[in-house]
Design a protein around this ligand. Structure first.
Ligand SMILES: Nc1nc2c(ncn2[C@@H]2O[C@H](COP(=O)(O)OP(=O)(O)OP(=O)(O)O)[C@@H](O)[C@H]2O)c(=O)[nH]1
Ligand SMILES: [Mg+2]
Ligand SMILES: [Zn+2]
Length: 308
């Protein structure tokens, strides 16, 4: 049964609100109002659905349930998929925590891509440097310097260890009452941190491959958990590249927040901030007001995505 057009806010008969907390094969795990989890299938016409989506579902004959409608989202994250189709990654998130570790080596290009996607989608990006327990003094000095760049432009950095519990309290406080997602490379400890924050849940954690030091993609699908202190946390599979699904050159530059005050001073409106004449961003880099490494990564992404 359809909604009555005069009462668009009332769900049609038999429809109930639910929250998508995970995927199972082609089905969706939907939590109902009483926190019971149902396995639902979806209508073909439904379009993209992601973890974090609020949906309307209804029971069907024979103990099955179907998702009929996706409710409007306040934010969404997409990744490029096969044949240029975007894959929805998560919905209704307000904060992202990009997790890195001393091992595997941090991928700053990936961090920057995640930040750009957040800036574009009104999601607050934060950084976590996990596994501080295994870093040597020399490694820590070097990592501190790299992460300081992000703190200098206003992003919060949490230094944690899922093994010895360092930094977990302040992370927990920051996550409180928000809808958060952990992203980052495979093997950095997203699921381990999730597990420490949700001690009552059993979450699969991977072993680092001894030869490469890289993870093995232990987490294969995003899952939403309710935090005991309030708010939600989505643990997601490891990323190699985030991709910048559907964003323009201007949006990419805007996603580098420290460029913004200079972008408006560039001589040309359509400045790409490469080697353009009168580019205020490039001048700010030369005079040390913008971190050269961040700028170089911007150039790399920009040329990769928009090479004419
Ligand atoms: N020493 C140390 N090891 C850690 C820490 N956090 C995680 N690990 C280890 O790192 C490995 C990978 O941890 P996971 O939590 O599975 O990593 P992940 O980011 O969820 O990986 P994917 O699911 O593949 O994306 C496991 O062997 C963990 O025990 C930490 O703080 N310190
Ligand atoms: Mg994992
Ligand atoms: Zn410019």
């Amino acid at each position: 049964m359809r909604n009555c057009p005069d009462q668009p806010d009332l769900p049609a008969e038999g429809l109930q609100e639910g929250l998508v907390i995970g995927h199972r094969g082609k089905g969706l795990l939907v939590e109902d109002k009483n926190n019971a989890v149902l396995l639902c299938h979806t209508r073909r016409r439904l379009g993209l659905v992601a973890v974090g989506d609020k949906v309307l579902w209804k029971a069907e004959a024979g103990d099955t349930a179907v998702v009929e409608q996706v409710l409007p989202r306040f934010s969404s994250l997409a990744r490029p998929g096969a044949r240029d189709k975007h894959r929805l990654f998560a919905a209704n998130i307000d904060a992202m925590y990009i997790v890195s570790a001393p091992e595997p080596d941090p991928d700053y290009l990936l961090i920057d891509q995640c930040i750009v996607m957040c800036e574009q989608n009104h999601i607050t990006p934060n950084l976590i440097l996990n596994k501080v327990d295994i870093a040597s003094k020399q490694q820590i000095d070097c990592l501190n310097q790299s992460f300081q760049t992000y703190e200098n432009i206003g992003y919060q950095v949490f230094k944690t260890s899922a093994v010895i519990g360092q930094g977990i309290k302040s992370l927990e406080t920051a996550l409180n009452h928000h809808i958060n997602i952990f992203t980052g490379q495979s093997g950095v400890g997203k699921s381990s941190l999730t597990s420490v924050l949700l001690p009552q849940r059993k979450i699969r954690i991977g072993e680092l491959s001894e030869t490469s030091g890289h993870g093995k993609h232990t987490t294969t699908a995003a899952t939403l958990y309710h935090l005991p202190t309030g708010g939600d946390l989505i643990d997601s599979p490891g990323l190699a590249v985030f991709g910048l699904a559907g964003i323009s050159q201007q949006q990419l530059a805007w996603g580098y927040r420290e460029f913004r005050e200079y972008i408006k001073l560039c001589r040309f409106n359509d400045c790409k901030h490469h080697q353009d004449k009168g580019c205020a961003v490039a001048i700010a880099v030369e005079s040390g007001k913008i971190c050269t490494l961040r700028y170089q990564r911007y150039l790399k992404l920009s040329k990769r995505i928009y090479s004419d």
